[in-house]
Design a protein around this ligand. Structure first.
Ligand code: PEP
Length: 248
């Protein structure tokens, strides 16, 4: 069973630093056969995507590239827009859609997300669709309902991955309790059958094992902890040990 490690570099790294980190990851992945059951997906900033992707391609690495966003249409009068088919040509295999930061800071609503999903799907990009509730929604016992509503946006298109990322856990150092993540993942699995589910929200080398051990979890989406080589290699090392132990 394939496992996923999605590294979302957000806007943390310059182009030069992104290139440096991908070179280190390529070397690490090449020298570690134990990583073969893990699909490593790196989402560099939009400005670094082309060069990071070229480095992966030149080295024939198995690392996959994701875009952090895409436009609502593929071409035309959309100043600042991002064409999904051009992303694909640049080497992106996936695109992250519905990330909490896009919903919060760029007011991306269901209508806009469904246009992005349709553009990405038409271009042949795998969709990594993010869902998750706010702290208030969790306190009001509305987390399940909110996530179900967010999942309605991907009806009709099968995403490559669903990332459950409680908004209050992103970038705060406050990861959700693993059993609560498992509860949500089981409910997502009932809604979107057969789609791998990853957990995201303050994952790091200390807590990754608890999430990888969950029954309905196929991987993690990691933000800040994935922006250093030490962070990535420690998390991948721990992840692969658990996968190997489970395989015995
Ligand atoms: C994210 O980028 O989706 C994320 C989970 O960030 P962090 O790991 O920094 O909380």
């Amino acid at each position: 069973m394939k496992r996923y490690f999605v590294a979302n570099w957000k806007m943390y790294l310059s182009v030069a630093k992104s290139e440096q980190l991908i070179r280190q990851l390529i070397r690490y992945e090449r020298g570690n056969k134990i990583l073969r059951d893990i699909e490593i997906i790196v989402a560099p900033s939009m400005l670094a995507l082309s060069s990071v992707s070229a480095l992966v391609k030149q080295s024939r690495s198995k690392i996959k590239i994701a875009a952090q966003d895409c436009g609502i249409a593929d071409a035309g009068a959309f100043t600042g827009g991002i064409s999904s088919s051009e992303l694909k040509k640049m080497g992106a295999r996936y695109v992250i859609i519905g990330h909490a930061e896009r919903r919060q800071f760029f007011n991306e609503d269901a209508m806009m997300l469904s246009k992005k999903i349709s553009a990405a799907h038409k271009a042949g990009l795998g969709i990594i669709y993010c869902v998750g509730e706010t702290q208030d929604e969790r306190h009001a016992a509305r987390a399940g309902e909110v996530v179900r509503e967010q999942l309605r946006v991907v009806q009709g298109v099968t995403p490559a991955l669903i990332a459950y990322e409680p908004r209050w856990a992103i970038g705060t150092g406050l990861a959700i309790e693993p059993h609560e993540a498992e509860h949500m993942h089981a409910s997502i699995a009932r809604e979107v059958r057969g789609v791998p589910i990853c957990y995201g929200g303050s994952v790091n080398e200390k807590n990754i094992a608890a999430f990888i051990n969950l029954e309905n979890t196929r991987g993690v989406l990691v933000g800040s902890a994935s922006t250093t080589f030490v962070g990535c290699s420690e998390m991948l090392g721990r992840m692969s040990k658990i996968i190997q132990a489970k395989a015995i």
